[in-house]
Design a protein around this ligand. Sequence first.
Ligand code: GLA
Length: 678
Amino acid sequence: MPIHLGAAWYPEHWPEERWQVDLDLMRAAGLTVVRIGEFAWADLEPVEGQFDLGWLVRATEMAHASGLSVVVGTPTAAPPAWLTAAYPEVLAIDGSGARAQHGKRCHFDVTSPLYRAFCARVAERMALALGHAPGVIGWQIDNEYNRLTYSPQAATAFRLWLQEQFVDEQGRPSLARLNRAWSTSYWSERYTDWAQIPLPAEDNHNPGLVLSFRRFMTHAYREYQRAQVQAIRAHADPSHWITSNFMGFFDGFDHYPICEDLDLACWDHYIGTGNLDLDRAAASHDLTRGFKRRNFWVMETQPGCVNWAPINNVLNRGEARTMAWNGIGHGADAVLYWQWRPAPGGQEQYHGSLLGPDGRPRPFYREVGELAADLQLVGPLLDGTTVSAPVAVLHSYDDRWAIDHQRHHRGFDPLAHLLHYHRPIARRSIATDIVSTRADLVGRGYRLVVGAPIHIVDESIAAELAAYVREGGHLVLSARSGFKDYNNALPPQRQPALLQDLAGVQVEEYYAVLDTVKVDLSLGGATATGEAHTWAEWLVPGRATQVLARYGSGNGWLDGQPAVTMHQAGRGRVYYVGAWLADDLQDRLLAWIIAQAGVEPVLDKLPVGVRASRRGDVHILLNGGREAATVTLPWPGKDALRPDRAASDQIDLGPYGVAVVTNDQADQYQTGQRTSDE
Ligand code: GLA
């Protein structure tokens, strides 16, 4: 599959006579794909049961005739007014009991069986009309699932779902099990009838209830999605893939089970206010690649600016090209701009776009053309390639929900904490997978796995980690690991509970840190003193466990106690980091662990601000800043974007520069081999 470049196109906003002009301009810019249809329900089914898909079919035919592939979006994020007016129960209800209003989007109640039926019907009609249309390559279900609902029908569905989760040995629904798992003697919460169980619409509900509700909402979105997936699969060509577009680290639902029913993972990459941070963006790319453990699409990205951020600054000239290449370097097989042309009205009039309201290219259109030229030059080199990572950072929605519900220190943002571990790895240009805490790790070639933290630990998670370490893997466990069981209850052991033996350490006590606490780090002879903040655990190492850091004077309790430990377990090693270390110490510690684990970067000794990623044998070098930089390669490389240049071990990168480099010697070697084989 080529690397696609595209845009979200809304032909329904414009007269048909205009469409060919749009498509010609797309081709002139070098676009290869359009996404159409999402949000267009009012035009596709203007009256209940009366469909008008002709325009969509014609737009698809024209796009195909113009050489563009088509992704069809189902319009279900935007139910039409006739539907919400006639059947108000399809509207979501928020935590305060207020029903969502028509006139925005994503206002539907994902638990509504009636709504799902309407969605499945419109998806089916679209699949019947376009399931074998030339040019169509895939389908996007809905758009950025996000809303929770607290409606009576959600409560009914939640209670039924709970009856499947809490069962006795015979598999029968067991309220006793639920009561035990949630410790419902507490505050007289005990339930004697399933119908008594509330939706946690207010703050400070039982942690078990809260976590179950979040899991239930994932289940609801999965069912909602499945109804449309089935409708499409029944009628579309089997070669068509099905996806939905996500929002990076957004945690409204657990993306891992949702992705099980999809063929492709996608995300919408927006910066909003500010500029490109290559490492932060890399984390979201790594996350999305980890959903299916394969390449993904950037289904939307900003053409210059957005309209919804506090300050909608335009990216600097050249920055968006680097942003796109950063995605490609991390496994994106497509980059689509949102949007092609703004509608004259509607809520997003100020958003960046490729064309202006007058139908003529805006300045950003040129930058897309440059990216298209890049892809025409080097796309074939990347065909079929992917990222191979020696490091995995583990990620869990359950863990984020559990911690967010009880941060204990308001600054303990679980996502910021995870990124605190990802960043020192990413900034060294080390390829990293972000995968589920429940992903298999054994036999994947990881030299280093990071749990930051693995908060909820059950037998299966503990067993996989133990097997990975036994095989010789290095494992980092952060503070708050092994803190909770599957139902968000405290386990009967000290943390890290089921991981105690593997980690060779116990947490004697944990502290939310008011200010900071001193930490003395000692790594193979080198020492460093710095600080920890937010969170600190007093560790008690086992007999065979080495102490790598101790607290200095702080709250008295922590003074002189172990803060970071290292334990040899079988052929592998486990590091336990009990505190939220300041950035400089964290960087030092992770650099040492990376070296201990024998993890290699894609390229070493890169200038500040430059990052390298690798797909197959192709190295992608990016300059994330406005200062020119020169990369020295360990071999003579050829920049495929500058075919006129001879191979060299010096690659110049201008401001926001991009180079797509192949190892010239490796090429010759392979060519030579092929010749001698013939
Ligand atoms: C989201 C949506 C798009 C559009 C963009 C604007 O990602 O999916 O429909 O609203 O934001 O940035």
